[in-house]
Design a protein. Structure first.
Length: 402
């Protein structure tokens, strides 16, 4: 009961601090709205890539360009094709925002196929719609590589057949074989390419969704220093000393402080989740229980880290420095400022050592439609951070106040 009383006291102090609490709630909401809207054009929108209009120009009636248009582009539901009569027309359509990307195929595109190469195709891209331009380029590259591979394979097979004809008494029908092999080139274009949307789930995550997860994770990080400063203030004002004179064990005080931070962090997360869902129309995915579970585990990890800070620093100024510099670095590395998938491989590896990384990726996975199995690793890591931090922090603090 003493532990619960201490936790509830800490929670009431923070929740009644209107200025501090509103800053912890209003600021992430404002940043989510601003960043989510401002970066919608350079990140995949909430509708993913399902409204991509590609301008198409072919300099002649090359059969390969017709195959690419009819059997690849037209068969993809999320692609709309707008024909152009010249490269200049493609540029005009792009400038007027009537298309998202343009493809200009040169004359006699397939003429170099005998040498295993295709003439270079020009891609027109809009700097504000890089992802959609990359989709067009990916489709073209996938088709070209399949055709070139099939062409090389067909020439190798025909060469082997020709050699076999010279040494074999059974004369193969080269004309029929050539017809069969060449048909494989046509079939290559009929295979619908697979589009990977950068998510382990079934849906694409939009900019507003990403920054809702990122801002939520970043502002919950500040509870690390808030929880630590609460304990440091009580040590400075000797409130902690007076509390320990009473029949209250030191471990009860520390666990109560931890639970108070955990409760406040989780309430902060819950309010942010509700407000963004109801008023900013952020789609957190189809399973609210998964979202709440991530919030619960992440709040636990943050609360544990607050005990580490309180244990290893001795003054509030140092805690403020950690809050202004250390947590900002952690926010950047964890993906709260810039999208994690835009990081180079080395930074992505470093990012995995930050708790907000696991919270953000967990939220994004839920938004993209993952199942529970995809979340267990993140749950385990966040729980591990919380437990180890709590044990180390209480052990160190216990020695200080014992």
């Amino acid at each position: 009961m003493k532990i619960i009383a201490i936790a509830w006291k800490d929670f009431k102090i923070r929740i009644t601090d209107r200025r501090g609490f509103l800053m912890m709630l209003i600021m992430p909401l404002v940043l989510t709205a601003i960043l989510g809207t401002a970066l919608k054009s350079v990140m995949a929108g909430d509708d993913g890539i399902q409204d991509t209009t590609i301008g198409f120009y072919a300099a002649d009636g090359d059969p390969l360009s017709k195959l690419f248009k009819d059997e690849v582009l037209k068969k993809l539901d999320f692609i709309n094709i707008k024909s152009a009569d010249s490269e200049g027309s493609l540029e005009s359509l792009l400038k007027s925002k009537k298309i998202d990307a343009g493809i200009a195929i040169p004359a006699n595109w397939s003429s170099g196929l005998n040498e295993g190469e295709l003439k270079k195709v020009k891609i027109f891209s809009d700097p504000d719609k890089k992802i959609r331009s990359q989709v067009a380029e990916s489709l073209l590259t996938s088709f070209s590589e399949r055709v070139k591979t099939t062409s090389v394979a067909s020439r190798a097979v025909m060469g082997d057949l020709a050699d076999a004809k010279q040494v074999s008494s059974n004369q193969p029908d080269l004309k029929s074989a050539a017809k069969d092999v060449r048909s494989e080139i046509m079939k290559a274009g009929e295979q619908e390419p697979k589009i990977t949307e950068g998510s382990i789930g079934k849906k694409m995550v939009g900019s507003k969704q990403y920054y809702a997860a990122a801002m939520c994770a970043m502002f919950l990080l500040y509870n690390i220093t808030i929880g630590a400063k609460s304990l440091l203030k009580e040590k400075t004002t000797e409130t902690l000393s007076r509390l320990l004179i009473s029949p209250t064990r030191g471990i009860s005080v520390l666990i109560g402080k931890f639970l108070g931070t955990w409760l406040f962090s989780f309430i902060q997360f819950t309010l942010f989740f509700l407000v963004t869902s109801l008023f900013l129309h952020v789609n957190w995915g189809g399973n609210n229980l998964q979202v709440i579970s991530i919030g619960l585990f992440y709040s636990f990890a943050v609360s544990g880290l607050s005990m580490i800070i309180a244990a290893f620093i001795s003054d509030i100024k140092t805690a403020d420095l950690i809050g202004s510099v250390g947590l900002q670095i952690m926010a950047i590395l964890g993906g709260s400022m810039l999208p994690i998938y835009a990081f180079p491989d080395a930074l992505q590896a470093i990012s995995a050592f930050t708790p907000n990384h696991w919270a953000i990726t967990g939220f994004l996975d839920v938004m993209s439609g993952t199942d529970w199995n995809g979340l267990y690793a993140g749950f385990g890591i966040l729980a591990g951070i919380g437990v180890l931090s709590l044990l180390a922090g209480t052990w160190k603090l216990g020695r200080k106040i014992g």
